[in-house]
Design a protein. Structure first.
Length: 262
């Protein structure tokens, strides 16, 4: 399987970086707060799907437009992106912050979606459910908070905390603060509209997620009609990185069942 390609596209007065690899049905991956990377799970999925991974406005090498103020702006931007790329029957996969964006997108329109998958998604909050606040942690602590198995965190810390990446990391953190600072990491109105999501939905959560605990996954399940929740044992906030084989197997099984049903 050939590796992905990287290009730059302009949309709504903003240039963004776009990674893409594979062939088949479109699978659009919305990244988390740490930014856009082509990860091993994406490479595996590209054996079956046309995997498309945009880097949001305000992140990494993408522009920071004047109109970027809220997560809602990114939801509308990605609706426009699907239109620009002429994508239909899209399998939308949102990771953490990307899960919040994906949920906000889906309550607005599922016209171009075939399915929705949220993994450790931000976006909602529950009374009495404690969450780790990433803004109160050092860079290393925040990265380690993502993992249940700290031996797997060691490699991520070594690769992410390199001096040459400091400017990009600061840009990403600044944008995340702009979008999620208050109220912290959620939209109090989102949960009211989750019933509007009318495509098959998979929820994947780590059993030991301290950023967005599995109780939030259960809440998403309760409010999205017919949603399926998979809790991955011995796993933290990033099942797509900590347990990539499990993540890919669950996603492919879910999407395979959808294709058979269709």
């Amino acid at each position: 399987m050939a590796d992905h390609t990287t290009s730059t596209i302009a949309l709504r007065g903003c240039r963004i970086r776009l990674m893409r690899g594979g062939t088949g049905s479109p699978l659009l991956v919305l990244h988390g707060a740490s930014g856009a990377q082509w990860l091993p799970f994406m490479q595996k999925l590209s054996e079956t799907f046309d995997v498309i991974a945009p880097e949001y406005p305000g992140f990494g090498e993408s522009d920071t437009p004047d109109w970027l103020d809220t997560v809602h702006d990114l939801a509308y931007f990605h609706l426009d992106l699907m239109q620009e790329l002429k994508l239909d029957d899209v399998h939308l996969v949102g990771l953490s912050l990307g899960g919040w964006i994906a949920a906000e997108l889906a309550v607005r329109s599922t016209a171009r979606l075939a399915s929705l998958t949220l993994a450790g998604a931000a976006g909602i909050a529950l009374p009495g459910v404690e969450q780790m606040d990433p803004f109160l942690r050092t860079d290393e602590q925040r990265l380690r908070d993502f993992f249940h198995d700290q031996s797997k965190a060691d490699d991520i810390v070594a690769r992410a905390l390199r001096p040459e990446l400091e400017d990009i990391s600061l840009k990403n953190r600044t944008t995340v603060a702009r979008l999620t600072w208050q109220p912290r990491g959620h939209d109090p109105h989102l949960i009211k509209w989750l019933h509007r999501i009318d495509v098959p939905t998979l929820l994947i959560w780590g059993d030991h997620d301290r950023m967005f605990p599995k109780a939030l996954g259960r809440a998403y399940q309760q409010h999205i009609p017919g949603a399926k929740l998979v809790v991955v044992p011995e796993c933290g906030h990033v099942p797509q990185i900590e347990k990539p084989d499990v993540f890919v197997a669950e996603l492919e099984a879910f999407l395979g069942a959808r294709r058979k049903a269709a």
